[in-house]
Write a protein that binds this ligand. Structure first.
Ligand code: LLP
Length: 456
């Protein structure tokens, strides 16, 4: 995060607050979130996309993807910075509601929303519900009719572009659970797709336009996550715009909105080289401009849904080091030593290494030293050998129990994916703003851990 630096005594500081002070006040493991950095990143997205699309369409709506990390405070920051909020469950909606986010600023995602979630969304009068399948369209239409409400709907399509980490591949037809296929060859089960006119996406448009309880706003796609290059987004935009032109030709309606999803990559280690929002925005605007001109379409209102790129870099996890050991490892080039350093958390506060083989880095946070850096593996305290926080990182040889270790870029999908494995309480989240640290989510206590156990 931008507010993190070494202090005069060698300690890592956030906005001038040394990590030892954070440990003393809040304990470890601890997620330390630089709120000013979060707000700056949120604004940067809004400004960059706003500027790039300024002369093309009414504007760009930036929906922060709450699944990356959400709390009541975070929902308020997002709103204060002029962003909207993308939720993906009734639980996330409850957070948004408690934060007082205006319903018009909310979107609801999910491939299998329950009837109860759809009812809540309609009763709240949500800005948009992103419909993921034909079954869901039918379910939502029925709920809307029953409640006498109109559902504002975006249809999530699979444009056949699948981003795979740093690259993207284009496939004719996506074999995955999300979205409505645009491929003509995909059948519509039990509904006679061809009779109704083509792909599941085309059928969904026809049915949505026909349904009195549904107000079809436009189309949505999300091609993946941790993407660095603009080409995948551009290709997806082209395909959706061509589809919009098809809708116009078939139905005589130009749908007013297009959402290009999230997925903007961040730097976890020095190997990662993400683009600035302005660069991505400019590339996407250029494609939208030329495709709309070619297709004779009015440029729809554009929205995006970044999660990771806003919150990921703002946070580091602070751990206390514990036991160490060194083992000899046979490699192709000979035997090397690997030193293990165990910390007081692990896969329960960061599941990404074990889930996705994700790379992180780590630094000694509590002091600087002249000791030689040696190859180290930072591991957690869970009962699994896969419980690795950082696979290989150089840490000073004299790292010892009681030292503080910081792992950067843990703002996205770490607290969100945290668990109570081995009955560890989930760590607290501290936000730092204007040089002041405060709890935004407290640490789980032993009481919390036992609270729902009916045998207690
Ligand atoms: N919009 C939709 C419809 C999404 O499914 C997602 C992420 C986003 C936006 C936000 O994507 P972002 O900008 O954060 O990349 N747990 C995985 C990532 C899962 C992403 C799920 N969908 C990870 O830790 O890498």
């Amino acid at each position: 995060a931008s507010g993190v630096a070494r202090g005069a005594d060698g300690q890592l500081e956030v906005q001038g607050i040394p990590v030892s002070a954070l440990q003393e006040r809040f304990g470890t493991p601890l997620y330390v979130l630089d709120e000013d950095d979060f707000r700056a990143r949120a604004r940067a997205f809004k400004q960059a996309y706003g500027a790039a699309f300024a002369d093309l369409c009414g504007g760009v709506d930036v929906y922060y993807a709450g699944k990356a990390f959400l709390s009541i405070e975070v929902a308020r920051w997002v709103t204060e910075e002029g962003l909207r909020l993308d939720t993906s469950s009734g639980g996330e909606l409850a957070v948004a509601r408690r934060a007082g986010v205006p319903a018009a600023n909310l979107g609801l995602h999910g491939n299998n929303k329950s009837v109860a979630e759809l009812e809540t969304a309609l009763q709240m009068g949500l800005g948009r519900i992103i419909v993921d399948s034909l079954d869901e369209l039918e379910r939502l239409g029925a709920v809307a009719t029953r409640l006498g409400r109109t559902a504002n709907v975006m249809l999530r399509l699979t444009p056949g572009v699948h981003a795979h980490t740093h690259e993207f591949i284009a496939t004719a037809h996506e074999d995955q659970k999300f979205g409505l296929s645009m491929a003509e060859g995909d059948t519509v089960p039990g509904a006679g797709g061809t009779a109704e006119g083509g792909s599941p996406a085309a059928v969904a448009v026809t049915r949505a336009l026909r349904h009195p309880g549904i107000n079809l706003l436009g189309l949505h796609c999300h091609i993946g996550s941790q993407i660095f290059e603009p080409e995948g987004f551009a290709l997806a935009a082209e395909r959706l715009l061509a589809f919009l032109a098809g809708v116009r030709d078939t139905h005589g309606v130009e749908l007013p909105e297009l959402d290009l999803g999230g997925g903007y990559g961040i730097a976890y280690t020095e190997q990662d080289t993400p683009r600035e929002p302005a660069e991505l925005a400019a590339a996407m605007a250029a494609v939208v401009r030329s495709a709309c001109a070619r297709l004779g379409l009015a440029v729809p209102r554009i929205s995006i849904e970044p999660g990771r790129a806003i919150v990921g870099p703002t946070t580091f996890t602070l751990y206390e080091a514990g036991v160490r050991k060194t083992v000899a490892v046979d490699t192709e080039t000979g035997t090397v030593e690997r030193r293990y350093v165990a910390v007081d958390g692990g896969m329960s506060d960061n599941a990404r290494p074990v889930l996705y083989d994700a790379d992180y880095t780590a630094v000694l946070a509590s002091r600087v030293t002249d000791a030689e850096p040696i190859v180290s593996r930072v591991v957690g305290k869970h009962c699994e050998s896969g419980d690795i926080v950082v696979r290989d990182v150089y840490l000073p040889e004299d790292v010892a129990a009681g030292d503080l270790i910081a792992v950067p870029a843990t703002g996205a999908y770490c607290w969100a994916l945290a668990s109570n494995y081995n009955y560890l309480g989930r760590p607290a989240v501290v936000a730092v703003r204007n040089g002041q640290a405060r709890l935004i989510i407290r640490r789980e206590t032993e009481e919390d851990l036992l609270a729902r156990d009916m045998g207690a």
